[in-house]
Design a protein around this ligand. Structure first.
Ligand code: AMP
Length: 193
């Protein structure tokens, strides 16, 4: 199997690059942000809870996020592995993911691929995306900046944990989409079993 953590701040291009990785390596993407948006659209209890955090640019609590992820990982799939997009976002989630992959998939995380993009480029990209995405959390610069602050205070340490395990690779997230995808492919090829 190949199990990839696709990592980076909001607006770094994780969703876009996940599509390329899915096709290239036959993987299933699990995006916790997409799952929350699906629940918000369908006005489920989980969606209502998530909305109260997402609309402020804050992280949703670990436990509900992890329970939602577990349900997704348990669904049968005939792909070669998974792309975890937007999870883990805290040190606790990083430990949870290790356990989930071990216990449910009987495997390990192969690599954490990190997309690196300057803050001001992120703000610019997200404001632009907000013109068409319909996402409440893309619509306002203050919320966008709060998401970036959440990233530095709670999420950035996830990178350190994968670095310590020798499972971390950084790729410049600014440039042509296709070029960035090729760099990510090269990193995955290094760890393919
Ligand atoms: P994303 O689409 O990945 O940018 O996620 C949108 C929002 O969903 C984030 O700003 C968080 O509020 C929430 N979210 C997504 N994934 C997680 C996670 N792993 N932990 C906590 N909150 C999350």
């Amino acid at each position: 199997m190949i199990n990839i953590v696709l990592f980076g701040p909001p607006g770094s291009g994780k969703g876009t690059q996940a599509q390329h990785l899915i096709e290239k390596f036959n993987l299933k993407q699990i995006s916790t942000g997409d799952l929350f948006r699906y629940n918000m659209k369908n006005e489920t209890e989980l969606g209502k809870l998530a909305k109260s955090y997402i609309d402020k640019g804050e992280l949703v609590p670990d436990q509900v996020t992890t329970d939602m992820l577990i349900d997704e990982v348990k669904k049968p799939t005939d792909t070669r592995g998974f792309i975890f997009d937007g999870y883990p976002r805290t040190a606790i989630q990083t430990q949870s993911l290790e356990k989930i992959v071990k216990e449910i998939l009987n495997d390990d995380i192969s690599v954490c691929l990190s997309l690196v993009v300057d803050d001001e480029v992120l703000v610019e990209r997200l404001l632009k995306r907000g013109e068409t995405s319909g996402r409440t959390d893309d619509s306002n610069e203050e919320i966008i900046r709060n998401r970036i602050t959440e990233y530095y205070t709670k999420t950035a340490e996830v990178a350190e944990l994968y670095k310590q395990q020798g499972k971390y690779a950084e790729v410049n997230g600014v440039g042509e989409i296709e070029e960035i995808a090729q760099k990510l492919f090269a990193e995955v090829e290094k760890v393919q079993k």
